[in-house]
Design a protein around this ligand. Structure first.
Ligand code: N0T
Length: 521
């Protein structure tokens, strides 16, 4: 008679990002996890008294995850001497408030600069050399060509991961880690230090060339253009392969920044393999490399990032720019899950959370500086998050079946048509009805929602400020509303409330969630 002893391997239930088909899922303890998150302001997590009153506030906003920085300067104030007090505090407090954590590794780079490197790094420029600008002057940016810096950062980061493993691998409070923050070159497209110049004149690594060749048909348009303009030369230094231009300078830097970030992530994963990502400061339109934080994980550079950083699970956009749809389209790919770790905490984030999760199947959404007292955006966000949490189980099932979508509606783009089940759904901004005096306002609030088809003729709609009428896909057939119920999910089970008819569904003509109201029908 035999019996089996199950392995206690680390990988059991450890959070992971799974790519399947064109879908992705963040798994925590083996189950899909949909993140309704918020990122702390940069300095908040450096003081526990400052943080104490914040947790209950975040809980009230229906956050299930807090995204919080870990500062290299405070983690390793003296070389090799680690202080985990702040990390332990974050983990303990998150558990007490039934929330998960994503930790941000403010290591070598934070918004291009090296401000979070410890004093012993900052003041030892011989050991940890800086980027040089085009006139040879030093910048406060550690050069990615420094092997010593990479070693020091990797050591610190793997100590952090070891500590998380030791204190949290049974609990999985920490579910993901961001490596560095908004990496990018400024004020020139490339580093002109001695180490950088040497690398620039060496042949382009064959690993990159063969990656570009084998992905020829899948390259982003910008990369395709450079690859062709360069005449598809397969050997030589950077300028002879890609041409002499700021774009080439930027590509060159990507290879080394991404390689550095990957090495840090890899060192951490070797200890405790949590999902890891990098975030991007989006480039403003019309600016040239060097004028925006260049070489970061931006859409036009995705190919080089993917080639150089296979241990990074995905690249993520930070939203302080307009054109929400444009950037989301570019970051949602079969090889890149959309995750929004930062969005300016402003009006409309409540609607955007629905859209990101329903339409782009984002792993999560998270406004930045979430502890800010932002009543106009905070309360609506909490209402959206509550709906998303209630729907989470249905969202995950529908993602697998391809029976989910999301909408984002504004005065300029007030109507979307979706084909779902046997019907065409005409989803419009609530104010298109003209029933409310607000319809005459110069601008309308952003509204949005998530729509899930349960079968051919049954749907869940969760959202705010929308009205839906239905058409049959077949010509000559009318679609009638049989039944509309509002309700809530309690522990994943639908509990209908009022039957909505009469004025509430315009005597059977439409489904409506008015502006300012949040609900599931
Ligand atoms: C973000 C945040 C924090 C349209 C800015 C965005 C965070 C970092 N950087 O508050 O510093 O740590 O990731 C930079 C983009 C600003 C552009 C605004 C002009």
């Amino acid at each position: 008679i035999l019996f089996k002893v199950k392995s206690q391997s680390l990988s059991q239930g450890i959070p992971q990002v799974k790519y399947y088909g064109s879908n992705t899922e963040l798994l925590v303890d083996g189950a899909p996890y949909l993140m309704t998150g918020g990122e702390l302001g940069n300095s908040s997590a450096s003081s526990t008294p400052y943080m104490n009153p914040i947790w209950p506030k975040l809980q009230k906003m229906h956050l299930n995850t807090v995204i919080a920085p870990v500062y290299w300067e405070l983690l390793e104030p003296q070389e090799g001497k680690f202080n985990f007090t702040l990390v332990d505090y974050l983990i303990k407090s998150a558990r007490q408030h039934h929330m998960k954590l994503v930790l941000l590794w403010f290591g070598t780079w934070k918004n291009s600069m090296s401000c979070y490197s410890p004093g012993w790094v900052k003041t030892n420029q011989k050991h940890f050399p800086r980027v040089a600008n085009s006139t040879g002057g030093p910048e406060e940016i550690i050069t990615p060509f420094s092997k010593e810096a990479l070693l020091a950062d990797s050591k610190a980061f793997s100590s952090l991961m070891r500590h998380i493993k030791e204190t949290d691998s049974k609990f999985h409070t920490v579910i993901m880690v961001q490596v560095e923050n908004e990496i990018g070159m400024l004020p020139d497209a490339r580093d002109h230090s001695k180490l950088a110049d040497e690398a620039f004149n060496r042949p382009v690594p064959t690993k990159l060339i063969s990656w570009l060749n084998s992905h020829k048909d899948k390259l982003v348009p910008e990369m395709q253009k450079i690859w062709q303009d360069g005449g598809n030369k397969t050997s030589g230094n950077w300028e002879s392969v890609f041409g002499k231009s700021p774009a080439t300078d930027e590509l060159f830097m990507v290879w080394y920044f991404a390689g550095y970030a990957n090495a840090v992530a890899k060192a951490g994963k070797a200890v405790y393999p949590l999902p890891m990502y990098v975030n991007a400061a989006l480039n403003a339109p019309g600016k040239k490399p060097g004028q925006y934080p260049s070489a970061g994980p931006l859409p036009h550079l995705i190919d080089i990032w993917k080639a150089a950083a296979p241990d990074i699970d995905f690249l993520s956009p930070d939203f302080y720019n307009p054109n929400f749809k444009y950037w989301n389209d570019r970051y949602t790919r079969p090889d890149n899950a959309l995750f929004i770790p930062e969005h300016r905490f402003e009006d409309g984030v409540d609607a955007k959370a629905f859209y990101a999760i329903g339409h782009y199947k984002a792993l999560g959404f998270s406004p930045f500086s979430i502890e800010t007292d932002n009543k106009t955006a905070g309360e609506p966000l909490g209402q959206s998050y509550s709906i998303i949490q209630q729907l989470a189980g249905e969202i995950s099932k529908a993602k697998h079946k391809g029976t989910i979508d999301g909408v984002l509606l504004s005065k300029d783009a007030d109507t979307v048509r979706l084909q779902m089940g046997d019907y065409i759904l005409i989803v419009s901004h609530d104010l298109t009805l003209g029933w409310s005096p607000k319809a005459k306002d110069a601008s309308w609030p952003l509204t949005g929602g998530i729509i899930i088809a349960l079968g051919n003729d049954e749907f869940y709609v969760g959202g705010t400020g929308l009205v839906i009428s239905f058409k049959s896909v077949k010509d000559g057939e009318r679609a009638g509303i049989l039944q509309v119920d509002e309700g809530v999910f309690v522990n994943g089970k639908w509990q209908p409330g009022r039957r909505l008819n009469g004025d509430e569904d315009h005597q059977g003509r439409h489904l409506r969630i008015p502006v300012g109201e949040y609900g599931i029908q």
